[in-house]
Design a protein around this ligand. Structure first.
Ligand code: G1P
Length: 271
């Protein structure tokens, strides 16, 4: 069973500047609720028992959001407001399952994953990228089922417009396993249109094997000077590790850009 999830949260959020110069994008409300809570709810509903947040000193506001007990206790004592009580209960529920590790230099997703090395217990774990919301269907839950069926690593996949391939990790597929799942032959981080082997992109949900840490320890920086998780996955695939691309059925919302963030609020308000 997959019981642990990790969430890289130390990113600078440059696509959402100027707001992110003073605030963590993951706490921005989407239809009234911080984006990170959608991600936590997805984890809890998928049966995850522990969530590891990878934050940085600059993003300690995220930790504070879950550790503001004194503040809540004072207000509740003074006002006995039912809504505040309910909100505090919710925060306490999340806090119980969250652990924090630090990535103080923004060296990339691969480097963020490496920070969780000593905390991962089982053979596989889930990773969720907080910019990527998937609504209407719990993508993590579906991926955990696929992992249990095929005993392999899994990544969420979606067809994208060919002109945007350089924004994503892009798959080369080997063969279809069933309607929504295929074996992956290769994956390339942010290829040019000419390099891209397809228009099938990695979306931010991964079930990764613990052995990926061994590769990450020695991994050299790739595109843009960052240590990408995609490059470590590519090496694992070359070493015959089975990875499945899962074509998820929910709706993808990109909260990492201002346009996408605004659209996300509108989409979630419709639910
Ligand atoms: C990351 C991954 C990329 C993936 C994307 C999905 O990119 O590196 O492979 O396709 O998330 O959102 P980033 O959004 O950090 O540029």
């Amino acid at each position: 069973m997959i019981k642990q999830a990790i969430i890289p949260l130390a990113g600078l959020g440059t696509r959402l500047l100027p707001l992110t110069s003073v605030f963590a994008k993951e706490l921005l409300p989407i239809n009234g609720k911080p984006g990170i809570e959608y991600i936590l709810d997805e984890c809890i509903d998928a049966g995850i028992k522990e969530v590891i947040f990878i934050i940085s000193k600059k993003k300690e506001i995220i930790k504070k959001y879950f550790y503001n007990d004194l503040f809540y206790k004072k207000i509740i004592k003074k006002k006995n407001d039912q809504r505040v009580k309910k909100e505090y209960q919710k925060i306490l529920k999340y806090k119980k399952i969250i652990k924090f590790v630090y990535q103080n230099k923004p060296l990339g997703t691969g480097d963020a994953v490496l920070k969780t090395k000593n905390l991962i217990k089982d053979s596989h774990f889930l990773m969720l990228l907080p910019d990527d919301l998937i609504i209407k269907n719990n993508c993590s839950k579906s991926m955990i089922k696929i992992h249990q069926k095929y005993k392999s690593s899994v990544m969420a996949s979606m067809k994208v417009d060919k002109s945007t391939v350089s924004r994503w990790g892009i798959f080369k597929l080997k063969k279809n396993l069933d309607k929504n799942n295929s074996l992956i032959d290769d994956v390339i981080e942010k290829p040019s249109i000419h390099e891209a082997p397809s228009n099938k992109a990695v979306i931010g949900r991964y079930i990764l094997p613990k052995k990926i840490f061994n590769l990450l320890i020695n991994q050299k920086p790739g595109k843009g000077g960052e240590i990408h998780i995609t490059d470590a996955i590519q090496s694992l695939i070359k070493n015959n590790e089975t990875f499945i691309a899962h074509n998820f059925s929910g709706k993808y919302l990109d909260c990492g850009t201002m346009n996408g963030y605004i659209k996300s609020t509108l989409e979630i308000a419709k639910l």
